[in-house]
Design a protein around this ligand. Structure first.
Ligand SMILES: *[C@@H]1O[C@H](CO)[C@@H](O)[C@H](O)[C@H]1NC(C)=O
Ligand SMILES: *[C@@H]1O[C@H](CO)[C@@H](O)[C@H](O)[C@H]1NC(C)=O
Ligand SMILES: *[C@@H]1O[C@H](CO)[C@@H](O)[C@H](O)[C@H]1NC(C)=O
Ligand SMILES: *[C@@H]1O[C@H](CO)[C@@H](O)[C@H](O)[C@H]1NC(C)=O
Ligand SMILES: *[C@@H]1O[C@H](CO)[C@@H](O)[C@H](O)[C@H]1NC(C)=O
Ligand SMILES: *[C@@H]1O[C@H](CO)[C@@H](O)[C@H](O)[C@H]1NC(C)=O
Length: 928
């Protein structure tokens, strides 16, 4: 191998890992999926010289790494990360600088001396590699650890070092390529290293390749040299990197082509080079990517007040790339082909944002990555909004916001799922950044982050560094005198809850009481310690007499106070809006009079003076507060009246969840029929106006609105839709060989099983029974789910249960039965039929499920827990009494079920009469 230690390479910044110990707002324990133990900090790296020789055709690689290390404390061992599959077969440790004491004592430089390695220790089940030396060295000692290793290139994942292939359309030859994706801690699979983000040091990377291939890495190529051993191979050496973390290291070896690049574009003063790469027959699909990258980088440079930090940027579209996320190696981004060729720019901007936040400034530990990711998401949204002129992206952040409203207001947020928890916490933190942008002002927010970046570039950071920088800027700009950003952010991020704000006006005194408490939507609201939750809440106020939505500064902050009073409010006939544009992630409730004024205003011509996101918020808050039991449904449903004239997708968006959630909740009662009529009256004019067929060049929002309104109309029994679905289904029924494939689009299947004939349903059932093994099983699963979940009639479901459970038809597995049970909880017809089936066939079923406790438990859960009315409560109680001793393992299920049903029954008793009365009036006024 080449000797890389030429003097010219060794002019290196000595970067020591800062001894930083501050911890950020405690996002940590709960959110880090990575439970790595910290490396001891006795010996730390300050430079890597990494050589890799991947052999794409063989699927193996060899490598050598020489790590300069420094003793921070006396010790006789060096502890590194190395994956157990990495075969390290040669180790030489050479001391080249004496320890601090010796250095002071002597003036002559130390000649390099080899330090004997006594033994190697690999810790079972831990990716640690410990080199025990013959003697203890003191603080300041410097050595080079020289390790030679080999391993296999991964075939079936896109992690660590991996390979994949494509077929060259001209020669029909298979072409292999090799790439790396080392996030979050997979560098240890490729080379022995100190694989923690905080160890940021320079790398010199050298990659071997065949002559017909191209090697890329984080930095531009420095030189190429013929390999001594193999005539058609060369070593490509790349320029030294700035200090980087091990996860930022990247290489790719391929035969891709790249787009033409105009290096003479001096207008814009580009001081870095962009190249976009793909397999040769895909490259034309990426014609516009360079342009998007330039635009996006420009916006980001302006945002961070800091130029793109490397001399080049290579962006690749990889065939068969498997990872869920692109790989954001510094200066070397890897995407799925479809992600890079797609219409939008979101994916590109997101990975570009990581070039600053992640690569240039790096979270100290993986737990800090959570806050990093949330800020990246915010900055990506900022960039995308600046880049895109059409409306394809303007539902940010509402979709995400609604889902976190639902998640955090559950009795048990996230269930037990860490993934959901991570996701919703990250979304919430992103919304906290958005709130800070509005409340501190965009100028302060940006300047604060620019200071943060200037301070932490090429280094690491804690979450607190971000909050501190924002606090300092806000103090300087006088935009936050009440508190620190740290305190505000902590009040939002450290709990898995969101607040709801209640505004009660005193019209005579022109004042209002504003109070906060935990937002709970699902009943019962028996959360422990709920009185103790308080937040820093910005009160941003819009008054009907000025309607100025551009001032987004809070008139006051609720400083973790339960209640405050606002004075000087408008006249009694003028409404107010608190928290417009969902600036803070919290719903707002008002007194009935204020709600009514809002409902009236929205029905008037002046509606558009309230921006669409605020119109959506008012509607969304109203029905969700009613759903939670905090507002009368009569008031909430009045907030839907303006939809008659509303045609913007964003304002309609909350309506579809309303129909779904409320519809499901009341579908066991007689009110449901009236509700469906209401839905048809609401959606039919909209759908007819949109037209059945998409128009050329229409916006994505319009297309969405059409398809959503169609789905919900179909569900509500809209005749034209059902006929259309049945016509499509008939083609399948009449086809000669119906088991060969399903020609019916998925959107038609549920309406047919729901509103169609028994013959149609039976035909579907036969298709599941006769489903050929060589077809895609997820099509069968979809059919089975709809067969169980959609029907309005008990007979269809009884038939399904008879055939699968009583007759034990061999074409259904336990998993199928499990799926059927869970689908039946979706509608009152489903779970009521299941309950009756269980009651009638108790002994047989018990026998059948002997030894299948999970099925038994699942049956009892599905058959008993979701009733919502007194009638259901009576049915379940009766069964409980009758079979008291026979529930076995499902005993706890039924006790919980009874408690839930009581709660739901109370809801139904309180709300159904109100909903029914309102619907009666609505139907009387609106029926033709
Ligand atoms: C790395 O080791 C070499 C000795 O081979 C030394 O000359 C050089 O200064 C070291 N570099 C750093 C950054 O410590
Ligand atoms: C990768 O695939 C090749 C051929 O498809 C196979 O021979 C080899 O064992 C696989 N290697 C690994 C590491 O899975
Ligand atoms: C390259 O950019 C320069 C400056 O913007 C422009 O004048 C020139 O026409 C471009 N060349 C090509 C081939 O696009
Ligand atoms: C690139 O952009 C042009 C103009 O915006 C468009 O007509 C063309 O279809 C785009 N090409 C690709 C491959 O997306
Ligand atoms: C940031 O806040 C400003 C108002 O200060 C607003 O105009 C802008 O749209 C906000 N940016 C984002 C991305 O929300
Ligand atoms: C809102 O506040 C008022 C006055 O403090 C109170 O009467 C009312 O019950 C509160 N509403 C809710 C839903 O908590």
């Amino acid at each position: 191998m080449l000797d890389l230690f030429r003097a010219s390479l060794l002019v290196i910044l000595l970067v020591s890992v800062e001894a930083r110990t501050r911890r950020s707002i405690d996002l940590i324990a709960a959110h880090s999926l990575i439970s790595d133990t910290r490396l001891p900090r006795e010996v730390t790296p300050n430079f890597y010289d990494l050589q890799l020789e991947p052999r794409p055709n063989e699927g193996t690689f060899e490598g050598r790494v020489r790590i300069n290390v420094t003793w921070q404390e006396p010790t006789d061992k060096i502890t590194l990360h190395a994956h157990e599959d990495l075969d390290i077969f040669k180790i030489i440790v050479t001391q080249f600088a004496p320890d601090d004491e010796t250095e002071k004592a002597s003036s002559t430089p130390l000649p390099p001396t080899e330090v004997r390695v006594m033994r190697i220790e690999r810790v079972p089940k831990k990716p640690l590699y410990i080199i025990h030396l013959e003697k203890t060295a003191n603080r300041g000692t410097q050595c080079i650890v020289d390790l030679t290793f080999k391993g296999n290139i991964s075939n079936d994942t896109s992690e660590g070092i991996f390979r994949s292939s494509y077929v060259d359309p001209e020669t029909k030859n298979r072409k292999w390529f090799v790439a790396t994706h080392l996030r979050p801690n997979l560098a240890r699979k490729v080379f022995p290293c100190f694989d923690e983000p905080a160890y940021k040091v320079p790398f010199v990377i050298t990659v071997a390749r065949q002559k017909n291939m191209v090697a890329l890495s984080n930095m531009p190529l420095k030189n190429s040299e013929q390999m001594k051993e193999k005539s058609d191979w060369v070593w490509d050496q790349f320029q030294q990197t700035p200090p980087i973390s091990t996860f930022s290291v990247g290489i790719v070896v391929s035969e891709f082509s790249n787009t033409d690049y105009n290096t003479t574009d001096e207008d814009n003063n580009w001081n870095y080079e962009i190249r976009v790469w793909a397999r040769p027959d895909f490259i034309t699909a990426l014609a516009n990517v360079t342009d998007k990258i330039r635009k996006s980088v420009k916006i980001l440079e302006e945002f961070w007040g800091c130029p793109y930090p490397l001399p080049k940027l290579d962006v690749l579209a990889l065939p068969n790339y498997q990872a869920t996320r692109p790989a954001d190696n510094w200066g070397l981004l890897l995407f799925k082909e479809s992600e890079l060729s797609g219409r939008g720019s979101w994916h590109i901007s997101q990975e570009l944002t990581y070039q600053w936040l992640g690569s240039l400034a790096t979270p100290f530990w993986w737990s800090d990555a959570h806050i990093n990711n949330a800020l990246v998401r915010y900055v990506t949204a900022y960039t995308t909004l600046k880049m895109e002129t059409n409306e394809s992206f303007n539902n940010w952040p509402m979709t995400m916001l609604y889902s976190i409203y639902y998640e955090f207001s559950k009795r048990y947020p996230h269930g037990k799922s860490t993934a959901i928890k991570q996701d919703s916490t990250s979304a919430k933190t992103e919304l906290v950044f958005r709130m800070l942008n509005y409340t501190l002002g965009e100028r302060t927010f940006k300047h604060g982050l620019q200071k943060f970046m200037a301070d932490r570039q090429y280094k690491t950071f804690f979450g607190d560094d971000i909050w501190n920088a924002l606090t300092e800027q806000a103090k300087f700009d006088n935009t936050l005198n009440e508190s620190t950003v740290n305190a505000i952010a902590a009040s939002w991020i450290t709990k898995d809850r969101l607040p709801v704000v209640n505004v009660t006006r005193n019209y005579k005194e022109k004042s209002a009481k504003i109070s906060q408490r935990v937002y709970l939507r699902e009943r019962p609201h028996d959360v422990p310690d709920k009185e103790k939750f308080v937040w820093w809440i910005p009160v941003i106020l819009i008054r009907q007499d000025s309607l100025n939505f551009s001032n987004t500064k809070p008139i006051v902050w609720m400083k973790k106070e339960k209640e405050i009073t606002l004075e000087n409010l408008p006249e009694a006939n003028q409404f107010i809006i608190v928290n417009p544009e969902e600036i803070g992630p919290f719903p707002v409730n008002y007194d009935v009079q204020n709600w009514n004024m809002l409902a009236q205003f929205l029905c008037s011509e002046n509606r558009a003076k309230i921006p669409v996101n605020t119109r959506a918020k008012l509607l969304h808050d109203a029905w969700n507060l009613a759903y939670a039991g905090d507002l009368s449904f009569a008031t909430a449903l009045n907030m839907t009246l303006f939809l008659k004239n509303e045609r913007e997708y964003l304002a309609w968006d909350p309506v579809f969840t309303l129909i779904d959630h409320i519809g499901r909740h009341i579908d066991s009662s007689a009110v449901h029929k009236k509700f469906q009529t209401y839905v048809r009256l609401l959606l039919t004019p909209l759908y007819e106006e949109l037209g059945e067929e998409p128009q050329e060049g229409e916006s994505e929002g319009k297309a969405h609105l059409r398809s959503s309104s169609k789905v919900f109309l179909c569900q509500a029994g809209y005749k034209p839709c059902i006929e259309e679905a049945q016509a499509a289904f008939r083609k399948w029924m009449e086809s000669e060989n119906p088991d060969e494939g399903n020609p019916v689009s998925n959107q038609y299947i549920c309406p047919v099983f729901k509103w169609g004939t028994s013959e149609e349903w039976e035909f579907g059932l036969q298709r599941v029974i006769k489903f050929p093994a060589n077809r895609k099983q997820n099509e069968r699963t979809y059919l089975l789910k709809t067969l169980a979940g959609c029907p309005n009639e008990a007979e269809k479901i009884e038939r399904l249960l008879n055939i699968t459970i009583l007759e034990q038809n061999g074409n259904f597995t336990d998993n199928d039965i499990y799926l059927i049970f869970s689908m039946l909880t979706g509608s009152a017809n489903g779970y009521t039929t299941l309950f009756n089936f269980l009651k009638k066939n108790w002994d047989t079923i018990k026998e059948r499920f002997e030894g299948k406790l999970h099925l038994w438990n699942s049956l009892i859960t599905s058959a008993t827990t979701v009733f919502k009315t007194q009638e259901g409560l009576d049915m379940v109680s009766e069964l409980y009494v009758e079979r008291q001793t026979e529930f076995g393992t499902a005993d706890f299920v039924i006790e919980k079920a009874l408690k839930n049903i009581k709660e739901e029954t109370k809801w139904s008793n309180d709300n159904l009469p109100v909903i029914e009365k309102w619907l009666d009036e609505y139907l009387a006024n609106n029926s033709k």
